[in-house]
Design a protein around this ligand. Structure first.
Ligand SMILES: Cc1cc2nc3c(=O)[nH]c(=O)nc-3n(C[C@H](O)[C@H](O)[C@H](O)COP(=O)(O)OP(=O)(O)OC[C@H]3O[C@@H](n4cnc5c(N)ncnc54)[C@H](O)[C@@H]3O)c2cc1C
Length: 192
């Protein structure tokens, strides 16, 4: 599908067309942002910041947690380190780790349990008496890769690529960016 910011015809692969009109497009599609940007502008992926995927998996821990607050270790390259979070029932969840991947995949291997146990034994020695089971994962949409210095978030209009009414957000990832009002305000300031 070809999309145009000026409201001109949008053509589907089956040949059908329709009009799409808008004043501003905010491309905040997470790790789909590169696909959206290339589809809108028809520019190659190289016109945009590089795309790296850093998968983060979680494991559940059996029984009630002996903590009443979150526990964070020293951060590691690419992530905050495997930390302890608590759910509303007071059960502990460990994660996320950092696994650099080439293709999106959302499987979580039970083999992670040993790695997660080891990562937490320093501050939770009795975790070895608990069952640790694979849970869920997410993928951080990074724009700097392993062994590279950490990139800042990329939030820019497409003025330099001939699409001034397109605002691209790349590399919006952990930590602390879920529903980030500061980012929303900045995007709003770019759109006036
Ligand atoms: C493992 C992990 C742990 C994290 N922990 C925390 C935390 O503890 N605290 C915190 O604040 N943040 C955390 N984050 C970061 C947080 O999840 C992100 O910063 C936040 O989700 C970014 O929001 P967003 O709206 O930019 O992108 P997203 O939440 O990824 O939303 C993007 C949306 O775009 C859609 N989309 C994608 N591609 C397309 C397409 N081609 N066409 C149309 N729609 C598309 C998606 O379906 C999705 O709805 C964590 C992230 C990960 C991966």
């Amino acid at each position: 599908m070809r999309r145009c910011l000026d409201g001109s015809a949008v053509t589907h692969e089956d040949g059908s067309t329709f009009q799409l009109g808008c004043n501003i497009v905010v491309n905040c599609a997470g790790h789909g942002a590169h696909d959206v940007a290339t589809a809108i502008t028809s520019l190659p992926a190289e016109a945009f910041p590089p795309r790296f995927l850093a998968k983060g998996s979680y494991c559940d821990v059996s029984g009630k947690a002996p903590f009443t607050h979150l526990i964070y270790p020293i951060p590691v390259a690419g992530g905050l380190g495997i930390h302890v979070t608590l759910d509303l029932q007071g059960r502990a969840r460990l994660g996320p780790n950092v696994e650099w991947i080439d293709q999106e995949n959302y499987s979580v291997s039970q083999s992670l349990a040993a790695e997660f146990q080891k990562a937490c034994e320093g501050f939770w020695p009795k975790i070895r008496h608990r069952n640790i089971t694979a849970s869920y994962c997410g993928i951080r949409p990074k724009i700097s890769g392993p062994d590279q210095s950490v990139s800042d978030f990329h939030i820019k209009t497409g003025s330099s690529i001939g699409a001034p009414r397109l605002i691209n957000l790349f590399g919006i990832e952990s930590p602390g960016l879920t529903s980030a009002l500061a980012i929303a305000r900045y995007v709003e300031s770019l759109s006036v």
